[in-house]
Ligand binder design. Structure first.
Ligand SMILES: Nc1ncnc2c1ncn2[C@@H]1O[C@H](COP(=O)(O)OP(=O)(O)O)[C@@H](O)[C@H]1O
Ligand SMILES: [Mg+2]
Length: 318
């Protein structure tokens, strides 16, 4: 059955008298039900909403597609701690999507093919969830490892199925760990499978005229083909947090548990070489420690956890 979140969104769309949103939520519920194997209900929902007096869009469900993992994330842009410039660029993607009809009237397209690149644990996957959630679209994560099979030739067929879905079910499609298919052509194996897959991706992506947002994310900018960058409407760069961002991360992660705790400058400085994901984990660890040992959060306890994590790198460097 529809999730509580979907029901809330449906009611909100009704209250706001937002037909488009109402229709989108019904289609999301139908897609969700189809994914659960409730195809009869999905079809009924789809028929009902198509009878509603407004533009209708034919949606087909491909619940056989094992490469796509569907979710309905609930993350807010305010959860993301990034430089203002990056936040503005994400806002621009959201804004252009929301106002896409207005742009279309002037022959312009909203930016919807996005490449996210940068260090691991800096919020690329989270950004895809946020975009889906803020636009109330389902998030489809493309299982790139399942896509790149060891069977020659099959990959392009699978990729076509993914693009069929992009066309028929509007959503945010995340090609996570994109380097698996985007790797530099010169690093190709002798059978040229990677090149074929990448070319197929570029070709499908170029032909794609859907409303879906396509996001490719990679930790490894260097191995990506330069020509590839030009094919995206936007390339967003992710980096490790600055001191100011580290402070913000500690504050937001710990404030629910202990609003009075504020990280001091020594602690922040010590944390500088860690990613957002690692700092989040340290915050979870210190909260767990406080619960289990019935202690409060202190600079020292956090500092020890930071050192513990840093020492892993020292050992790796040996
Ligand atoms: N910029 C960020 N702001 C807030 N939290 C973050 C950020 N980056 C990462 N995190 C935390 O770390 C987790 C993992 O990050 P993720 O988005 O998977 O990183 P990436 O995809 O860049 O490797 C997130 O779910 C979130 O809890
Ligand atoms: Mg990721």
């Amino acid at each position: 059955m529809a999730t509580a979140d979907q029901i809330k969104r449906l009611i909100k769309a009704h209250i706001d008298q937002d037909n488009d949103k109402f229709r989108t939520v019904v289609l999301q519920i139908a897609a969700y039900e189809a994914k659960l194997g409730h195809t009869k209900l999905a079809r009924e929902l789809k028929t009902l909403i198509e009878k509603a007096p407004a533009r209708s869009r034919v949606v087909q469900f491909d619940n056989q597609n094992e490469m796509l993992l569907m979710s309905m994330p609930d993350d807010k842009l305010s959860d993301l701690i990034v430089p203002d410039e990056l936040r503005k660029r994400i806002e621009r993607i959201l804004d252009e999507f929301i106002n896409r009809q207005k742009l279309h009237r002037y022959g312009l397209a909203n930016r919807r093919k996005i490449l996210l690149e940068g260090s691991p644990g800096t919020g690329k996957t989270l950004t895809a969830s946020i975009i889906a959630s803020e636009l109330r679209l389902p998030l489809f994560t493309v299982q790139v490892d399942k896509l790149v099979t060891k069977y020659l030739g099959e990959t392009s067929t699978k990729l076509r199925q993914v693009f069929d879905s992009i066309e028929t079910i509007t959503g945010v499609y995340l090609f996570d760990e994109f380097d698996a298919i985007g790797a530099d052509r010169s690093m190709d194996n002798e059978v040229g499978e990677m090149r074929r897959v990448l070319n197929a991706f570029l070709q499908f992506s170029e032909q794609d005229q859907s409303e879906s947002i396509i996001i490719a994310a990679t930790n490894n900018q260097k191995i990506l083909d330069k020509a590839l960058f030009r094919r995206f409407d936007d390339v967003l760069h992710y980096a490790y947090p600055t001191e100011k961002e580290i402070e913000q991360l500690f504050n937001t992660k710990l404030c629910l548990f202990d609003p009075s705790f504020k990280p001091d400058s020594d602690l922040i400085r010590k944390t500088v070489s860690l990613s957002h994901a690692e700092i989040s984990r340290i915050c979870d660890d210190v909260i767990k420690q406080s619960i289990l040992k019935e202690t409060t959060i202190t600079q020292e306890r956090l500092s020890r956890l930071v050192e513990e994590r840093l020492s892993v790198y020292d050992r790796e460097a040996l």
